[in-house]
Design a binder for this molecule. Structure first.
Ligand SMILES: *Cc1c(COP(=O)(O)O)cnc(C)c1O
Length: 417
């Protein structure tokens, strides 16, 4: 089932024509289907219940507070990677006893904010970080709960920029030093050991790297338990992939069943941190053709959205399906879909086929709900675009379009002579 469907040759999100949203709010914009979000939530949530588990949605995939609020109201917690994300999840009504804080560069301010917010645990990525957390907790007169993020050295078979569990990556603690790290942490006064964490990368489309990582982590888990460490939480991260083109990632229930059979009777709670698999295919980026350009060598469809709005093609050479919002007949042309930004990496698709693309036509770039708006920027002084949430026959602006004033609001010209 899909909530982005053509009816009489025109693209709808649920019961709302994309063209109607465009005429009311202009282009470009992101549009998300609440129906898809609910469906993906339900599939993952039900699958996760075959184990004693908590789902902590990975905020960085799509951080809009309206979307976060839906997950939190439905019982999920959050996986955060910055103080800004902690601020967002608090605004969105999170239960802080379900917040885990990951990331290699947590600052003193961020750690203090998180301890004062009584989060579930820190996923600690280095020993200097551990000692800093211990010191801050001591100063605040509190105990900080921690897990170590362990790097199992498993190749997730994904793009190098989204691999995180290889020994050459900056993430986690080398598994060779894992037991020593727990022993050292056990000697710190203001640290409570709570868990064990692992996240090997994103957009995984095969089950085997997950199985490899969980098998390695399970051995460590039982080694730690046998040494007397109370590992209440086993955090297995996120990373389950989605279909952008013709990938066939495992279904969440396949993934969960496989993990359950490997873990074989672990008594604690398992934490999952899904991001992309929940929000990726719930969103599309809508943009309008400004010009058709032929250089004599190649055709370009130039649209009003750019790499600053959706950077995945430029950053990862990611594929996104692109369609015309109103189906057309007529001669086909092969063209690159590009934005207005002054970079050759500013493209959305190469050598795509369209029927008679013309200035003014709306284009939909699919699978843009994850790492779309959340990675957008103001590069080329382009105001960030609005985000729209569709619920059946209604739509809501969940983030307004930025203005030119917004672009310079925080800037000051000093009185130089
Ligand atoms: C990015 C990230 C996730 C989410 O990854 P997805 O591929 O979007 O599921 C989960 N955990 C951590 C630690 C991450 O950095």
């Amino acid at each position: 089932m899909n909530d982005f469907v053509f009816k009489d040759g025109e693209l709808y999100c649920e019961q709302v024509p994309i063209g109607k949203i465009a005429s009311e709010i202009g282009t470009p914009f992101y549009v998300y289907s609440l129906g898809t979000l609910k469906r993906h939530f339900k599939v993952f949530d039900e699958s996760s219940k075959i184990m004693n588990s908590i789902v902590c949605y990975s905020v960085k995939a799509n951080s809009n507070i309206a979307i976060l609020n839906f997950f939190f109201r439905s019982g999920w917690g959050a996986d955060i990677v910055s103080g800004g994300e902690l601020f967002r999840v608090l605004k969105a009504g999170v239960d802080t006893s379900k917040v885990v804080f990951t990331g290699v560069g947590k600052t003193e301010k961020e750690i203090e904010f998180a301890i004062n917010s009584s989060i579930l645990m820190f996923n600690v990525e280095s020993m200097p970080e551990l000692y800093l957390i211990d010191g801050i907790a001591g100063r605040l007169g509190k105990k900080a709960k921690i897990a170590f993020r362990i790097n199992p050295d498993v190749d997730p078979g994904t793009h190098p920029y989204i691999s995180t569990g290889l020994k050459k990556n900056k993430f986690g603690i080398n598994i060779k030093y894992a037991v020593q790290s727990y022993e050292d942490a056990g000697n710190l006064k203001n640290i409570n050991i709570a868990g064990l964490d692992c996240h090997i990368g994103s957009q995984l489309t095969e089950i085997s790297p997950f199985n490899d990582a969980v098998t390695i982590i399970k051995d460590l888990l039982y080694k730690l338990i046998n040494k007397g460490f109370d590992i209440k939480y086993l955090d297995l991260g996120g990373g389950l992939g989605i279909t952008y083109e013709n990938e066939a990632p495992p279904h969440p229930s396949t993934y969960m069943n496989s993990i359950k059979s490997i873990l074989n009777g672990y008594k604690g709670k398992v934490i999952f941190e899904p991001g992309r698999v929940i929000v990726g295919n719930s969103g599309a980026f809508i943009t309008k053709i400004v010009y058709n350009k032929s250089t004599g060598h190649k055709n370009f469809v130039i649209v009003d959205g750019g790499m600053n709005d959706l950077i995945r093609p430029a950053l990862y050479e990611a594929y996104h399906e692109i369609v015309q919002v109103v189906k057309k007949r007529g001669s086909k042309i092969k063209a690159d879909v590009v934005g207005p930004v002054c970079e050759s990496a500013d493209f959305f698709g190469r050598d795509r086929i369209f029927n008679l693309p013309e200035a003014g036509d709306l284009m939909a770039i699919f699978s843009a709900g994850a790492y779309g708006f959340s990675m957008s920027s103001n590069y080329n002084s382009r105001p960030r675009v609005p985000e729209i949430l569709v619920d059946k026959d209604r739509f809501f602006t969940i983030r307004q379009r930025e203005t030119y004033e917004d672009l310079v609001e925080k800037e000051h010209i000093p009185p130089l002579n």
